[in-house]
Design a protein around this ligand. Structure first.
Ligand code: DGL
Length: 273
Protein backbone atom coordinates (compact mmCIF):
# COMPACT_ATOMS: atom_id res chain seq x y z
CA UNK A 1 0.00 0.00 0.00
CA UNK A 2 1.67 3.27 -1.04
CA UNK A 3 2.77 5.63 1.73
CA UNK A 4 1.37 3.36 4.44
CA UNK A 5 3.21 3.59 7.73
CA UNK A 6 3.08 -0.19 8.13
CA UNK A 7 3.20 -2.90 5.51
CA UNK A 8 0.08 -4.70 6.67
CA UNK A 9 -2.39 -5.37 3.82
CA UNK A 10 -5.34 -3.00 4.05
CA UNK A 11 -8.97 -3.75 4.82
CA UNK A 12 -11.21 -2.94 1.86
CA UNK A 13 -14.41 -1.02 2.54
CA UNK A 14 -17.00 -0.06 -0.06
CA UNK A 15 -20.41 1.53 -0.41
CA UNK A 16 -22.46 3.04 -3.20
CA UNK A 17 -21.06 6.40 -2.08
CA UNK A 18 -20.22 8.37 1.04
CA UNK A 19 -22.54 6.43 3.39
CA UNK A 20 -19.98 3.76 4.18
CA UNK A 21 -17.87 6.47 5.80
CA UNK A 22 -20.14 5.98 8.83
CA UNK A 23 -18.78 2.42 9.00
CA UNK A 24 -15.20 3.50 8.21
CA UNK A 25 -15.39 5.94 11.14
CA UNK A 26 -16.24 3.11 13.53
CA UNK A 27 -13.60 0.84 11.95
CA UNK A 28 -10.87 3.43 12.44
CA UNK A 29 -11.90 3.89 16.07
CA UNK A 30 -11.88 0.12 16.71
CA UNK A 31 -8.77 -0.68 14.63
CA UNK A 32 -6.62 2.47 14.63
CA UNK A 33 -3.48 0.67 13.44
CA UNK A 34 -5.00 -1.01 10.39
CA UNK A 35 -4.79 0.43 6.88
CA UNK A 36 -8.02 0.96 4.96
CA UNK A 37 -8.97 1.38 1.32
CA UNK A 38 -12.37 2.96 0.84
CA UNK A 39 -14.20 2.81 -2.48
CA UNK A 40 -17.24 5.04 -3.04
CA UNK A 41 -19.09 3.75 -6.08
CA UNK A 42 -20.63 7.19 -6.57
CA UNK A 43 -20.56 6.91 -10.35
CA UNK A 44 -23.15 4.12 -10.02
CA UNK A 45 -25.10 5.39 -6.97
CA UNK A 46 -27.65 5.17 -5.58
CA UNK A 47 -27.89 1.39 -5.26
CA UNK A 48 -31.12 1.41 -3.27
CA UNK A 49 -33.48 1.93 -6.16
CA UNK A 50 -31.67 -0.39 -8.63
CA UNK A 51 -32.30 -4.06 -9.22
CA UNK A 52 -30.30 -6.65 -7.30
CA UNK A 53 -28.45 -7.87 -10.40
CA UNK A 54 -26.97 -4.42 -10.96
CA UNK A 55 -25.83 -4.10 -7.33
CA UNK A 56 -24.38 -7.62 -7.39
CA UNK A 57 -22.38 -6.87 -10.55
CA UNK A 58 -20.96 -3.68 -8.99
CA UNK A 59 -20.08 -5.48 -5.73
CA UNK A 60 -18.28 -8.21 -7.67
CA UNK A 61 -16.35 -5.73 -9.83
CA UNK A 62 -15.21 -3.70 -6.80
CA UNK A 63 -14.19 -6.81 -4.85
CA UNK A 64 -12.18 -8.17 -7.78
CA UNK A 65 -10.49 -4.80 -8.15
CA UNK A 66 -9.57 -4.68 -4.46
CA UNK A 67 -8.08 -8.16 -4.61
CA UNK A 68 -6.18 -8.00 -7.85
CA UNK A 69 -3.76 -5.10 -7.47
CA UNK A 70 -0.50 -6.17 -5.77
CA UNK A 71 -0.12 -2.97 -3.76
CA UNK A 72 -3.79 -2.81 -2.79
CA UNK A 73 -4.57 -6.51 -2.20
CA UNK A 74 -6.85 -6.58 0.81
CA UNK A 75 -6.82 -8.88 3.86
CA UNK A 76 -10.56 -8.50 4.54
CA UNK A 77 -13.57 -6.79 2.99
CA UNK A 78 -16.28 -4.77 4.69
CA UNK A 79 -19.41 -4.30 2.59
CA UNK A 80 -20.36 -0.98 4.21
CA UNK A 81 -23.76 -0.89 2.55
CA UNK A 82 -26.98 -2.58 3.63
CA UNK A 83 -28.27 -2.73 0.05
CA UNK A 84 -25.13 -4.37 -1.32
CA UNK A 85 -24.92 -6.75 1.65
CA UNK A 86 -28.48 -7.89 0.96
CA UNK A 87 -27.89 -8.27 -2.78
CA UNK A 88 -24.38 -9.69 -2.88
CA UNK A 89 -22.73 -10.92 0.31
CA UNK A 90 -23.67 -14.56 -0.12
CA UNK A 91 -22.26 -14.71 -3.65
CA UNK A 92 -19.17 -12.67 -2.74
CA UNK A 93 -18.41 -15.22 -0.02
CA UNK A 94 -18.86 -18.03 -2.54
CA UNK A 95 -16.60 -16.24 -5.05
CA UNK A 96 -13.86 -15.61 -2.44
CA UNK A 97 -14.04 -18.27 0.28
CA UNK A 98 -10.53 -17.36 1.52
CA UNK A 99 -11.43 -13.70 2.19
CA UNK A 100 -13.08 -12.59 5.45
CA UNK A 101 -16.14 -10.60 4.29
CA UNK A 102 -18.17 -8.59 6.79
CA UNK A 103 -21.56 -7.13 5.88
CA UNK A 104 -24.07 -4.68 7.34
CA UNK A 105 -27.74 -5.32 8.01
CA UNK A 106 -30.42 -3.28 9.75
CA UNK A 107 -30.07 -3.65 13.53
CA UNK A 108 -33.46 -5.27 14.17
CA UNK A 109 -32.36 -7.60 16.97
CA UNK A 110 -30.53 -4.92 19.00
CA UNK A 111 -33.58 -2.67 18.52
CA UNK A 112 -35.82 -5.38 19.92
CA UNK A 113 -33.83 -5.60 23.13
CA UNK A 114 -33.82 -1.80 23.54
CA UNK A 115 -37.45 -1.01 22.79
CA UNK A 116 -39.90 -0.63 25.69
CA UNK A 117 -43.02 0.04 23.63
CA UNK A 118 -42.31 -2.82 21.22
CA UNK A 119 -42.87 -0.55 18.21
CA UNK A 120 -39.75 -0.13 16.09
CA UNK A 121 -39.36 2.00 12.98
CA UNK A 122 -37.01 0.86 10.22
CA UNK A 123 -35.72 3.28 7.60
CA UNK A 124 -33.86 1.65 4.71
CA UNK A 125 -33.59 1.63 0.94
CA UNK A 126 -36.24 -0.03 -1.17
CA UNK A 127 -33.59 -2.55 -2.30
CA UNK A 128 -32.80 -3.60 1.28
CA UNK A 129 -36.46 -3.88 2.35
CA UNK A 130 -37.41 -5.89 -0.76
CA UNK A 131 -34.46 -8.28 -0.46
CA UNK A 132 -34.84 -11.92 0.50
CA UNK A 133 -32.15 -11.44 3.15
CA UNK A 134 -34.17 -8.75 4.95
CA UNK A 135 -37.43 -10.69 4.61
CA UNK A 136 -35.76 -13.71 6.20
CA UNK A 137 -34.39 -11.57 9.05
CA UNK A 138 -37.83 -10.08 9.66
CA UNK A 139 -39.58 -13.46 9.43
CA UNK A 140 -37.19 -14.86 12.05
CA UNK A 141 -38.44 -12.22 14.51
CA UNK A 142 -42.14 -12.60 13.69
CA UNK A 143 -44.26 -13.66 16.63
CA UNK A 144 -41.82 -11.97 19.01
CA UNK A 145 -42.59 -9.04 21.30
CA UNK A 146 -41.76 -6.34 18.72
CA UNK A 147 -43.58 -4.91 15.77
CA UNK A 148 -41.45 -3.47 12.96
CA UNK A 149 -42.77 -0.63 10.81
CA UNK A 150 -40.64 -0.45 7.66
CA UNK A 151 -40.28 2.66 5.54
CA UNK A 152 -38.51 2.68 2.15
CA UNK A 153 -36.72 6.01 1.87
CA UNK A 154 -36.37 6.71 -1.86
CA UNK A 155 -34.03 9.60 -2.59
CA UNK A 156 -32.73 10.05 0.96
CA UNK A 157 -29.31 8.43 0.42
CA UNK A 158 -28.93 10.46 -2.76
CA UNK A 159 -29.74 13.74 -0.95
CA UNK A 160 -27.21 12.90 1.79
CA UNK A 161 -24.68 11.90 -0.88
CA UNK A 162 -25.00 15.32 -2.53
CA UNK A 163 -25.01 17.06 0.88
CA UNK A 164 -28.31 18.66 -0.09
CA UNK A 165 -29.44 19.58 3.42
CA UNK A 166 -32.77 21.06 2.33
CA UNK A 167 -33.78 17.91 0.46
CA UNK A 168 -32.43 15.72 3.28
CA UNK A 169 -34.60 17.54 5.82
CA UNK A 170 -37.67 17.41 3.56
CA UNK A 171 -37.31 13.65 2.99
CA UNK A 172 -36.55 12.90 6.65
CA UNK A 173 -39.70 14.84 7.60
CA UNK A 174 -41.81 12.99 5.03
CA UNK A 175 -40.57 9.53 6.04
CA UNK A 176 -40.69 10.15 9.80
CA UNK A 177 -44.33 11.27 9.42
CA UNK A 178 -45.12 8.20 7.32
CA UNK A 179 -43.77 5.93 10.08
CA UNK A 180 -46.33 7.21 12.61
CA UNK A 181 -46.17 8.54 16.16
CA UNK A 182 -42.86 8.60 17.99
CA UNK A 183 -42.39 8.79 21.75
CA UNK A 184 -42.18 6.69 24.89
CA UNK A 185 -45.90 6.09 25.52
CA UNK A 186 -47.58 2.76 24.75
CA UNK A 187 -48.28 2.56 21.01
CA UNK A 188 -45.44 4.98 20.17
CA UNK A 189 -42.38 4.09 18.13
CA UNK A 190 -39.53 4.44 20.63
CA UNK A 191 -36.68 2.98 18.55
CA UNK A 192 -35.66 3.88 15.01
CA UNK A 193 -33.32 1.65 13.03
CA UNK A 194 -31.15 3.47 10.50
CA UNK A 195 -30.94 0.66 7.93
CA UNK A 196 -28.76 2.47 5.41
CA UNK A 197 -25.20 3.58 6.07
CA UNK A 198 -25.93 7.05 4.67
CA UNK A 199 -28.59 7.80 7.29
CA UNK A 200 -26.31 8.28 10.35
CA UNK A 201 -25.17 11.45 8.59
CA UNK A 202 -28.76 12.74 8.94
CA UNK A 203 -28.94 11.63 12.59
CA UNK A 204 -29.31 15.12 14.06
CA UNK A 205 -32.12 16.00 11.66
CA UNK A 206 -33.91 12.74 12.41
CA UNK A 207 -33.44 13.01 16.16
CA UNK A 208 -34.92 16.51 16.11
CA UNK A 209 -37.93 15.19 14.17
CA UNK A 210 -38.69 12.15 16.32
CA UNK A 211 -37.83 13.69 19.69
CA UNK A 212 -35.26 12.97 22.41
CA UNK A 213 -37.13 9.94 23.83
CA UNK A 214 -36.47 7.90 20.67
CA UNK A 215 -33.30 5.85 20.26
CA UNK A 216 -31.66 5.85 16.84
CA UNK A 217 -29.68 2.74 16.01
CA UNK A 218 -26.99 2.25 13.40
CA UNK A 219 -24.48 -0.50 12.89
CA UNK A 220 -21.06 1.13 12.82
CA UNK A 221 -19.70 -0.09 16.16
CA UNK A 222 -20.99 -3.71 15.94
CA UNK A 223 -19.62 -4.06 12.39
CA UNK A 224 -16.24 -2.74 13.53
CA UNK A 225 -16.17 -5.23 16.43
CA UNK A 226 -17.13 -8.07 14.09
CA UNK A 227 -14.32 -7.04 11.71
CA UNK A 228 -11.82 -7.14 14.58
CA UNK A 229 -13.00 -10.67 15.46
CA UNK A 230 -12.55 -11.83 11.86
CA UNK A 231 -9.01 -10.52 11.31
CA UNK A 232 -6.35 -13.21 11.25
CA UNK A 233 -3.70 -10.87 12.69
CA UNK A 234 -3.30 -7.24 13.69
CA UNK A 235 -1.05 -4.45 12.47
CA UNK A 236 1.79 -3.47 14.84
CA UNK A 237 0.52 -1.09 17.50
CA UNK A 238 3.35 1.39 17.00
CA UNK A 239 2.34 2.27 13.44
CA UNK A 240 -0.74 4.39 12.75
CA UNK A 241 -3.05 3.05 10.07
CA UNK A 242 -3.67 5.00 6.89
CA UNK A 243 -6.65 5.44 4.58
CA UNK A 244 -6.73 5.57 0.81
CA UNK A 245 -9.93 6.91 -0.69
CA UNK A 246 -11.21 6.13 -4.20
CA UNK A 247 -14.34 7.19 -6.04
CA UNK A 248 -15.91 6.05 -9.30
CA UNK A 249 -17.79 9.38 -9.37
CA UNK A 250 -17.03 12.93 -8.29
CA UNK A 251 -13.92 12.78 -6.06
CA UNK A 252 -14.88 16.14 -4.48
CA UNK A 253 -18.02 14.64 -2.92
CA UNK A 254 -16.03 11.95 -1.11
CA UNK A 255 -13.22 14.32 -0.17
CA UNK A 256 -15.61 16.82 1.38
CA UNK A 257 -17.65 14.15 3.16
CA UNK A 258 -14.53 12.51 4.65
CA UNK A 259 -13.30 15.88 5.83
CA UNK A 260 -16.68 16.91 7.22
CA UNK A 261 -17.60 13.72 9.00
CA UNK A 262 -14.30 11.99 9.78
CA UNK A 263 -11.89 14.93 9.91
CA UNK A 264 -9.94 13.04 7.25
CA UNK A 265 -8.20 15.26 4.72
CA UNK A 266 -6.95 12.80 2.11
CA UNK A 267 -6.70 13.23 -1.64
CA UNK A 268 -9.37 11.13 -3.35
CA UNK A 269 -8.28 9.16 -6.39
CA UNK A 270 -10.58 8.58 -9.32
CA UNK A 271 -11.34 4.97 -10.20
CA UNK A 272 -12.72 3.35 -13.33
CA UNK A 273 -14.20 -0.09 -12.78
N1 DGL B 1 -25.55 3.26 1.85
C1 DGL B 1 -26.28 2.25 1.25
C2 DGL B 1 -27.00 1.31 2.20
O1 DGL B 1 -26.57 1.15 3.31
C3 DGL B 1 -27.03 2.46 -0.03
C4 DGL B 1 -27.54 3.80 -0.40
C5 DGL B 1 -27.94 3.82 -1.85
O2 DGL B 1 -27.03 3.82 -2.68
O3 DGL B 1 -29.13 3.80 -2.14
O4 DGL B 1 -27.97 0.70 1.85
Amino acid sequence: MPEAANAKPPIGVFDSGVGGLSILKALRAELPHENFIYVADSGFAPYGERDQGFVLARARAITRHLLKSPDLAIQALVVACNTATAAAIQLLRQDHPELPIIGVEPALKPAMTLSHTGRIGVMATRGTLNSQKFKTLLAGLAGGPAQFICQPCDGLADAIERHDTEQTTALCTQYAQALGRFGAQPGDIDTLVLGCTHYPFARETLQALVGPAVQLLDNGAPVARQTRRMLASFAPESAPGQCLLFSTGDPELLHNAAQRWLGLDVMVQGLRI
